[in-house]
Design a binder for this molecule. Sequence first.
Ligand code: SAH
Length: 231
Amino acid sequence: MAWRSSGSTNAELIANMLRYGVFNSERVAAAMTKVDRANYVLDKNAAYMDSPQRIGYDATISAPHMHAHAAENLLPFLHPGAKVLDVGSGSGYLTAVLFHLVDAPSAEGKGKVVGIEHIDELVQWSKENLRRDGLGKEMDEGRIIVVAGDGRQGMPNEGPYDAIHVGAAAPTMPQPLIEQLARPGRMFIPVGTSEQKIIQVDKDSEGNVKQQELIDVLYVPLTDKPANKSP
Ligand code: SAH
């Protein structure tokens, strides 16, 4: 059904996804409308297709419907002022969407998103993408940061996180990420190798952790940093 939801503009892509029931949240739609996918892809002609796209280094920018699904799943924890970790941040697209969802310029906690990505070139490129998309000031203020590192270890010094998104499939559940979830907090993570499922990990205010299987998916794997880094 991906073709039906595609659009000729960013706004049309989001509107079509809403119309065909790919997702329902107006808040997610508003945040995704603020992020122009053309700033995060290599092939600008395919920017508004509801399909994944190669971004080099064996990475892909996920399809818009998967980004919408992830944001909608995490939404109860993406209150203005919340802190979010985006593991395997790749193009930076979802990092930007998550930022718009937690952005609260005048509130006490201002909202912050930390992207972590292990390919240095993608870290650099995603920062350029975010600036091109109008988020330079927020990066200068440190409200959006993208760091190079092993996302399986998370980024403990910035935690705990109200929401954690993992954009690559972990062979097994990474414990450090569960530890870095706030009380309460939620993680959206694909887990598995040949068969992968999205697991929703919820930590309640007492620290109890519950895992729930959602849907079957196909993500690129969460791996060791590759030795060969050709695009
Ligand atoms: N949400 C991103 C997904 C990119 S694909 C987007 O839509 O653009 C998944 C990303 O995870 C790739 O960029 C890959 O380089 C990265 N990745 C894989 N293993 C990793 C690890 N151990 N630590 C950090 N990033 C990792």
